[in-house]
Write a protein that binds this ligand. Structure first.
Ligand code: NAP
Length: 292
């Protein structure tokens, strides 16, 4: 096992995304109230739900509730699963042209078996209204270090990391997962912080060995408790993005929480870690698009 991570204690503190997200939402609410009092429009977020996937319905409902809480106008559209690509693209074009809409979120995944092209839909959203940060131009901007809307989950993970106060420069970061929406963008953001970044995936030869070198570990896999507590370097910061439903119906992350918490300096719980931060960042992107 490698030496412990410099600059941090091994206290195993819970990195509370729920509490941080409440503070961020409060700040957004104040920012919106001040702007509206000054004569500006209320920011508008369009949410588009295609089909009736229960998990997507819950995610969209939570996002809409959060809008209401902070004073963002929500323009909600539901389409049947078989609405088709053309209808969805027409709706996106309509929202792009609507001056009351500052952010557009098309909930993914789109229904299977109906020939939707998710990339084409994401690419059709006006990049300036891309509240999710998934447009290829914005993903390119992230690569080049330019200012652009950042994808919400990676942005939220980085905000949590900043909350620890651990100086990141020069430390090792290990990201488990290489999806376009979490693994790859969070790796780019860690690189921006001058960390030495390793990206692991399903073909990584020795995951335990790679993870054990991480001063920061970000798990975004979708396999319950894949990352074992014993792999965590003493003092490491662990950000668990995974949301998996256990056999007992409870939510669990991608990291074996209790065992990892004994070794980590900071660790995000599931639920109550990255999840609420993702919503807070979606709203922040919308408010930035309206007022920045
Ligand atoms: P994804 O697109 O399915 O990607 C999963 C990644 O994990 C892939 O890169 C895959 O490798 C890798 N992987 C799978 N099995 C592995 C293994 N045994 N060892 C090492 N790597 C493995 O998932 P995602 O969309 O990034 O989401 C990941 C998790 O985060 C899910 O639980 C999801 O529900 C959760 N999530 C949470 C939030 C939030 O707000 N908290 C937001 C988004 C996602 P390959 O590329 O080689 O296949």
């Amino acid at each position: 096992m490698s030496e412990s991570t410099p600059h941090v204690s091994s206290a195993g503190q819970r990195l509370d995304g729920k509490a941080l997200s409440v503070r961020i939402l409060d700040d957004l609410q104040e920012r919106i109230a001040a702007a509206v009092a000054g004569g500006k429009d209320r920011p508008g977020l369009a949410t588009v739900l295609v089909g009736e996937d229960p998990a997507s319905q819950i995610y969209v409902r939570n996002k809409r509730r959060a809008c209401e809480k902070v004073g963002i106008a929500n323009i909600h559209h539901e389409l049947p699963a078989d609405a088709g690509q053309r209808t969805l693209l027409d709706l996106v074009a309509e929202l792009n042209a609507d001056p009351k809409v500052h952010g557009i979120l098309v909930q993914l995944p789109l229904p299977k078996g109906h020939d939707y092209d998710e990339n084409a839909v994401l690419g059709a959203i006006d990049p300036k209204k891309d509240a999710d940060g998934f447009h290829p131009l914005n993903q390119g901007a992230l690569m080049q270090g330019d200012r652009a809307p950042l994808p919400c989950t990676p942005k939220g993970a980085m905000r949590l990391l900043a909350e620890t106060g651990v100086p990141l420069k020069g430390l090792n970061a290990v990201v488990v997962g290489r999806s376009n929406i979490v693994g790859k963008p969070v790796a780019m953001l860690l690189l921006r912080e001058h960390m030495t970044v390793t990206i692991c995936h399903s073909r990584t030869r020795d995951l335990a060995e790679e993870v054990s070198r991480g001063d920061v570990v970000v798990a975004a896999v979708g396999v319950a408790e894949l990352v074992k507590g014993a792999w965590i370097k003493p003092g490491a910061v662990v950000i668990d993005v995974g949301i998996n439903r256990g056999e007992d119906g409870k939510l669990v992350g991608d990291v074996e929480y209790a065992a990892a918490a004994e070794r980590a300096s900071w660790i995000t719980p599931v639920p109550g870690g990255v999840g609420p931060m993702t919503i807070a960042m979606l709203l922040e992107n919308t408010v930035d698009a309206a007022y920045a």
